[in-house]
Each structure stands twice: as structure tokens, then as C-alpha cells.
Design a protein around this ligand. Sequence first.
Ligand SMILES: CSC[C@H]1O[C@@H](n2cnc3c(O)ncnc32)[C@H](O)[C@@H]1O
Ligand code: ZN
Length: 432
Amino acid sequence: MTEPDIFGKTVPILIRNVTLNNKPAEIYLDGTGNISAVAEKITDHDAEFIIDGNGATALPGMVNMHTHSPMGLLRGYSDDMPLFEWLSTKIWPTEAHLTENDIYWGAKLACLEMIRTGTTTFNDMYFMMDNVARAVDEAGIRACLSYCMIDGGDHAKFESECSVMEKTVAALKARNNPRIMPGVSPHAIYTVSEEGLRWCAEFSRTENIPLHIHVDETDENPDCIKAHGMRVVPWLDHCGVLSERCIAAHCCWLDADDIALFAQRNVTAVHNPVSNMKLTVGRALPYPEMKAAGVNVALGTDGASSNNDLDMFAEMKTAAILQKFFWNDPTVMPADEALAVASRNGAKALGLNAGIIAPGYLADIILVGRNPANVPAFNTTSNAVYATSGLAVDTTICNGAVLMHEGIIPGAEEILKKSEEVAFDLVRRATA
Ligand SMILES: CSC[C@H]1O[C@@H](n2cnc3c(O)ncnc32)[C@H](O)[C@@H]1O
Ligand SMILES: [Zn+2]
């Protein structure tokens, strides 16, 4: 039986009886939010709590690098449509009715699902982000939160969007929560003007915060060439968007020159295989070429209205098998790379010392309990990537605080009930 007091506190914790990289291990979290020791046996400690893993596999917390957390309210509301028809006939008309309370409960639901399935950090883009921040603060998870700018080429809208962006970043910083980082998000090249892209690039530079954008989800190149005389990636570079702070979601339609420019500018590309296949965007992120060029590739689920879940284990398996299938090569994205793409590559893009279980790293750790899909443990990384569902995670620790233990997350029932009420009410208002 779990002691209720174990939840939510960054205190000294000893994790015993786990397997780490195929070896028996103990992990000590010293109560600062960091890992302070990893060894076969730890005797010198001051633990307030001891977690017995009972043979669980210890893994770094997953880092979901492209989400729209409140969109879980529209999970299953409309499926099986092409991207632009889905957005313009179903999603945008409903989003027009969103309130701050909807955003808050949608984000609470997303945080709950992520903690349940082993994600400890997410990179989110949406609207009314201070409500998302409140949910993140309460959940104990880590996030980079960005307001999504859409100016549609209208100068007055551009000015009001800049003001919302500035206020959002200031409000997120004022929270002074080390788990909450602000970012800036121009939505995409087809919804944001040149002045919008340039402003976001400059704001990201002066604030030194990530810039998160949709790039080439569908083939945006023919329209971009028509409008600006160049492909999407050179256009973004022309607008100053490409840098080591840039996190580009999707990247399905990049060519060799685009990839070389990403490598030169140290851009992180985020693979979203489930959303891309479901919306049938036509191509997969060119992982082998990106890897060869040295581009940092991370992984994201996209929103739970297009995925339709936030389970990074499902995403990791899908990424590995999609890449093998698409390039007709079973050696592409082996298990250890899939795990890195789903954890430390995302952490690196956000400037977090996370994604690795070793002394000095952030104590963002998950335990996959012994279960039929985790036996035999010839290779715990293989089992994690190819056999494990996120629902097999039984313990989630973020910043040294236990958020889930033995599958229990305090307050889960209330979040399920409230978020479902809010979702039905949103759709009722939008369709009245
Ligand atoms: C991303 S928040 C801003 C805006 O984007 C819409 N959106 C949701 N999913 C996608 C997608 O896959 N591609 C492009 N835009 C998307 C969302 O509904 C919001 O209105
Ligand atoms: Zn998206």
C-alpha cells in the first residue's frame, strides 16, 4: 500500500531493486531535484522514502516535444479526415468557443495522461497558456509552454499577437517555477506573416527561449515558392527563424538542402509519426538523412485530437517501425536510438540536463513494473521500445518528486470527471 505522503515532494528518495541498462541498480535522489548516486548497492543515504521497484525497469522520463495539451478535450471528436478539412470544419470552429476554464481542464487531463504513461517533460503550443501553466504547476510535471501566434498576414492582428506573446512570456516567468519554461510559437509559415516570423525569431533570441513551429507537415513548398520564391526551410532562414533554439515539428517534406541547413543552424526536428500517418501527410520525417547530417531529432505525439493519445511508448515504437518500413531498412532507428529520440534528444533541445539516469542529471525517472511484456529481460531497451505500453509505467518521478506510484496519481478521478464535463459542454456550445 502506498503511503499518501510520498507524493509531490522533492525529498531524499532511494529507489531499490530496479534494472538499469540491463544491470541491477539502486538510484538515490538527494532531495535537490537531482540524481546523486547510481550504483548496484547504495548504503550511505538519508532517504525519507524507499521505493522498492520489485524488479522494475528504470528509464529516463519521456520528453514529448510537440503537443497541444488542451486539445485532449477534442479526443475522438472528429477523426479520419485530411488535415485542412479537419482543422477548418471541425477543430477551429470548436476552438473558437474555448474558455480559460476549458484550457485549464484540458491541460489537467493531458498532464494526467502524460504522468500515467511516463512522460516527465512536454513542449506545448496553444492559447491562454497561463491556464496550462497552472495545470503544470499543480501536476508536478515539467513543460516548455508557448503561446501560438497566428496573424494571417493582418498587421493589426500581428500587433495584438505580439502583445499577447509578451504578456504570456512575462506571466510564465513570473511564476518562478523551475519546471515551467516559456517559449515562443509562430504556428506555421501558412498562418504567420514575414513580420510575425521575424518578430518571433528576434523575441526568442532576446529572451533566449525556444521557438516552436510547425514545419512541412504537409508539402508547404509549392505555395511557399509561389509566394516567396523559395522553399519553406530557406524562407524560415531568411526570416531568422532557424537557430539552436528552433524546434521544428513534423518536418516530413524536407529535402537534402533543407536538412543541411537544419544541421548548419543546429535546429531540432520533431518526429510525429502517429499524427502524420493518421492525417496521411504523405511522407515520413527523413530520419536516416537527418541522422547522417547530425540533426538533433526528438519525438512528439502532437495533440490528442489528432494522435489520439499522449503515450510516448506508443509513439516510440511507431517511430522505430515506421522509419524501418518507410526506408525499407530494418537497421534504421534501432531501439537505443528510439529511446534517445524520445528522451534525451528532447531534453537537449530544451537545454535540460535530463534524459539520462546518472549522477548530476535531473531526477526525472520512470519505472516500468514487471509485467508479461517486460519478460524475459534480455534487453530492457528493446522491451521498452518494442513491447511496452505507457500504461505499464507504474512510477513517475519528476524533479525528484513522486507524481505516480503503483499506478496511483492523487486527484486522478476528479480530473477525469471534470475534464469530461468540460469537453461535452464545449462541444454543446460550439454546435448549438
Ligand atoms: C497548434 S495550436 C494552434 C492551432 O493549431 C491547430 N492545430 C492542431 N493540430 C494541428 C496540426 O497537426 N497542424 C497544424 N495545426 C494544427 C490547433 O487546432 C490550433 O488552432
Ligand atoms: Zn501540432
